[in-house]
Structures are given as structure tokens and as C-alpha cells.
Write a protein that binds this ligand. Sequence first.
Ligand SMILES: Cc1cc2nc3c(=O)[nH]c(=O)nc-3n(C[C@H](O)[C@H](O)[C@H](O)COP(=O)(O)OP(=O)(O)OC[C@H]3O[C@@H](n4cnc5c(N)ncnc54)[C@H](O)[C@@H]3O)c2cc1C
Length: 257
Amino acid sequence: MTRVLSKVQANHCPAELIERRDVSANLAIFRFRVAERPSFTAGQYATIGIAVDGDVIERPYSIVSSPHEPFLEFFIELVPGGDFTPKLWELKLGSTILVRRRIVGQFTLDPSVTHHLMLATVTGVAPFVSILRTQQIAHEREATSSHQFVVIHGASHSADFGTYRSELEALSRAGWLTYIPTVSRPWAEPSWKGETGRIEDIMRKHADRLGFDHSNSVAYACGHPQMVANVKAILARARFPQEQIRDEKYFSLDTID
Ligand SMILES: Cc1cc2nc3c(=O)[nH]c(=O)nc-3n(C[C@H](O)[C@H](O)[C@H](O)COP(=O)(O)OP(=O)(O)OC[C@H]3O[C@@H](n4cnc5c(N)ncnc54)[C@H](O)[C@@H]3O)c2cc1C
């Protein structure tokens, strides 16, 4: 146990839960203040841990906040019966967790193209919000940029978009971002006036309409593994070469009982 804890001290940094916003019964936004502010690139993920019986349970989470913000923000789904998320849901404000000092991941903006087609199921919007907040800060600080972004954000119900819907709608008013939330169970929500269907159903239509294609774009798919597999096949048929399709799968379909 002593060995476990000393390894933990070397590799991790304590972080205090400073804010939690519930989006629904099983979705929440968490903000942590990390004792030593970590350095990372927008789009990367942090591994966070909770100490349980002298051991540490850890899971990776895409960071929602921009590297310029003084906290780490995450958008997390509660997995009933999971080893980690039920413990996260029990934390009170002021509780301490552990964050691995090394923040990693390759799911970052590819600056070699000007057009970025971003596809996210529910919490999969996290790395895109980080990238877009960072773009917004760059716009405020200096120059104009030629980068154009489309985010297609899928969920069963519109409530699951959380506060990110209004945030991305506000950012889209500046003209460099198009945000398209889409609801896959519109029959359960007759008042929903927005796009309907899964990301796979509507992606080509919007990409073609907005001029995002294999000649100018990189596509990024994040979240549910089935969505990732489906859009990769659609993008391949739209002549996107493999190196212009990036993905971040949050879990594996093989592991679901
Ligand atoms: C790079 C990366 C970034 C990630 N970022 C996020 C993020 O920003 N937000 C987020 O909520 N999750 C994210 N995840 C998933 C996260 O790491 C955990 O796997 C998840 O929170 C479940 O943890 P758990 O210990 O509660 O469940 P576990 O005990 O690990 O899993 C229990 C079972 O549920 C399955 N499962 C795991 N997640 C889901 C899910 N969402 N829906 C259905 N079944 C699931 C597992 O495959 C397993 O069979 C990310 C994963 C990776 C690899």
C-alpha cells in the first residue's frame, strides 16, 4: 500500500471539486482546481483517479476546458454499475481527486487543413469545446483565422446537450463555426424544432451543403464507438483518406455485457 501511494504522489496531482452542474440524471459537468495547473493541448484527455481502500481507480476523460482556463472541466456520463463514475457522483464539493500529471492524446486540431468537421455523441463534444474555446480566445487576442468548423452533436434528447448547446450556438454567431445539434428520438420531444436523426443520417447532407469535403477537411469523430464506426465508413465513401479521419472512442462495444 505504501508503494502504491508513493507512486501516486509522484505521478498525480491533487485536484479539488469546485463545481458540479447536473445536466440530467446521468450526465454532469464537473470542474476541478488542480494544485499544479497542468499544461496540455486542446483536444487531449486527462486521467483522473479516486482513492478507494488504499488503491486508486482511474479513468481517462477528454478535457472540456481550454488550456487558458484556470480549472479542468469534464462532461461525464454516469455508467450504472461502473467502477468509477458512481464514485465520482458521490463526491461533494471540496472533495479531492487525483489527476495524472501527464495529459496525453492525439485528438487535437490538425492545422494542415482549414476545414474541420467535428462529430460527437453527447459527452463526445468535450474535446471540441476545448478546441473551440481555444479558437475563440485566439480570435479575441489577435488575428483573424481562416479555420472553419462544423460541429454535429447527436443525442437522444435535447436536454443531453447540456449548456454546451447554448455555448456553441453563441460561438457560431461569429461566422467561423456552424453548430448542428440533432435529436435521435424526436417522437419523445414534439417541441424540438431542430435537426432530427443520428449523426450518420445527416452528416453528408450538411458537409456537402457547407462545402466540407475530402479536398479541404479533416473529420473528427468522438464518443460512442458505433457512431465512430458508422461515420468512418460514410467518410470513406465520400473519399476521405484514412489520415483525414481522426477518432476518439470512449469505450469498446466488445466490453458491453
Ligand atoms: C480517451 C478517452 C476519453 C474519454 N472521455 C470521456 C468523457 O469525456 N466523458 C465520459 O463520460 N466518458 C469518457 N470516456 C469513458 C471513461 O473513460 C469511462 O470508460 C466511463 O466513464 C465509464 O467508467 P466506469 O468505471 O464508470 O465504467 P466501467 O466499469 O469502466 O465500465 C462498465 C461497462 O460500461 C461500458 N461503458 C463505459 N462507458 C460507457 C458509456 N458511456 N455508455 C455505455 N457503456 C459504457 C464499459 O465498456 C463496460 O462494459 C473516455 C474514454 C477514453 C478512452
